[in-house]
Design a protein around this ligand. Structure first.
Ligand code: NDP
Length: 403
């Protein structure tokens, strides 16, 4: 029995709203709020039509403004806010949660608009205040971060005394049949991919040029794809929470066509987050670019193929070395049939819903600010498989664990 407020009505927000509504025996009162209320109304109408009259309330809110958020929180009185707006809103939503006594869950770490930094320090600074207020904040509950972090916790709990090497591998083996499009918010996506790469080795972070390190990796059900080392936020918390880790890296696949477009975008300055003056008006190039690129929410109907995301781990158990691979494959078409959204929105929205279910069932309640790997992985992984993301594991499997 929980009252849940979802903030953000984009691709991920759509999946969260639909999956939360499918679990309406737990989430008895649901509200979807975003900057543009008409988007929330459209999703609410689809839910009411497809789920036999499940009603969700809608509202407009500017989540950059704490007083506006507090007015909404005080009228709806949610137990939990699921933040699937943009990373820029994380801190204002957390501030409002503290002011109004509401628990919090998100899928991406806070980023200031003018700096792409990808670090948890801003949100970890709220730990004591959430603890004192007796409120739980669950950080990074999408797929990566999210399921990949829970996969690592599951491996540590069941298969290893010490994890030594962790490679998170993220392959989108799908085809949206567009020359260039991003799978989630283009501004956030391009900021992430064009920053320098970084990985963890023996206690230090090693920086690389963007896309400098790459190699072909094999993905189950998909085949071999060129995979590029990039920095991803879950590495920061995982190496702290599993201090036996000697090396942690994150790999993502990109096609040649995608990288060529990205190179051009950067070379002509369209990926810049610095505001420029255009005809007397201040614009941010990457925000203008977002406005002309395909909307990730419209990719679903023509998307074929699958995503495959998982963790490849090497470590020791009872003095013996073991390798381990745990992963999920998600079909873009199946995701679209169920929710009207493509696989990347689906693989983010389903874990966010499952995190909320864990909270509502009292399994992931721990006052303070926590990354998902700090909670018990077992009930989460059992539920995420039931909710649409079945996963597979192989112990002592012969896969790439190269130095
Ligand atoms: P979209 O751009 O599709 O949607 C973002 C939504 O947030 C929009 O509905 C937008 O409202 C709303 N929004 C933006 N600013 C505000 C504001 N100030 N106040 C209220 N609402 C606001 O993004 P996605 O759905 O693709 O991504 C959502 C989140 O999920 C992002 O934070 C992204 O980083 C994260 N993500 C996480 C992944 C993971 O695996 N962990 C993977 C993919 C995404 P409006 O439309 O009205 O402008």
């Amino acid at each position: 029995m929980a009252r849940v407020l979802i903030i953000g009505a984009g691709g991920v927000g759509t999946v969260v709203a639909k999956k939360v509504a499918m679990n309406h025996e737990v989430f008895t009162d649901i509200m979807l709020a975003s900057r543009t209320k008409s988007k929330c109304d459209k999703i609410a109408k689809e839910i009411e039509e497809t789920l036999g009259g499940v009603k969700i309330q809608t509202a407009s809110v500017d989540a950059d403004k704490v007083p506006e958020l507090c007015t909404l929180f005080r009228s709806f009185k949610p137990d939990l806010v699921i933040n699937v707006a943009l990373p820029y809103q994380d801190l204002t939503i957390m501030d409002a949660c503290l002011e109004c006594g509401v628990n919090y869950l998100d899928t991406a770490n806070y980023e200031p608009l003018d700096e792409a930094k990808y670090q948890y320090s801003w949100q970890w600074a709220y730990r004591e205040r959430f603890e004192k207020a007796g409120l739980t904040a669950i950080l990074g509950c999408g797929f990566d971060p999210g399921v990949t972090s829970v996969f690592t916790a599951y491996a540590a709990k069941h298969h290893f005394d010490e994890i030594h090497y962790l490679d998170i591998v993220d392959c989108n083996g799908g085809d949206h049949h567009k020359a260039f499009a991003t799978n989630f918010n283009p501004e956030i996506n391009i900021r992430e991919i064009t920053q320098k790469g970084k990985y963890y080795l023996n206690g230090v972070w090693i920086e690389t040029e963007p896309q400098e390190i790459h190699r072909p990796l094999h993905y189950p059900g998909i085949g071999v794809r060129e995979s590029y080392l990039l920095y991803h936020e879950e590495l920061e918390s995982l190496v702290l929470n599993f201090p036996s880790i000697k090396r942690a890296r994150f790999w993502m696949t990109f096609g040649e066509e995608y990288l060529t477009h990205l190179r051009v975008i950067q070379n002509i300055g369209m990926g810049s987050i610095e505001p420029i003056n255009y005809n007397g008006m201040e614009i941010v190039p990457i925000q203008f670019l977002k406005a002309v690129l395909p909307n990730p929410q419209d990719l679903g109907s023509n998307y074929t193929g699958e995503t495959s995301i998982g963790c490849r781990i090497r470590g020791v158990k009872d003095g013996k070395e073991h390798t381990y691979y745990i992963w999920n494959n998600c079909s873009h078409q199946a995701a679209f049939r169920e929710t009207g959204m493509q696989g990347v929105s689906y693989t983010t929205g389903v874990p966010a819903t499952v995190g909320a279910l864990m909270f509502a069932r009292g399994l992931w309640n721990k006052p303070g600010v926590h990354n998902v790997e700090e909670f018990d992985p077992d009930p989460f992984l059992e539920e995420v498989a039931k909710q649409g993301l079945p996963w597979h594991e192989h112990l002592d499997v012969d896969i790439e664990f190269e130095a």
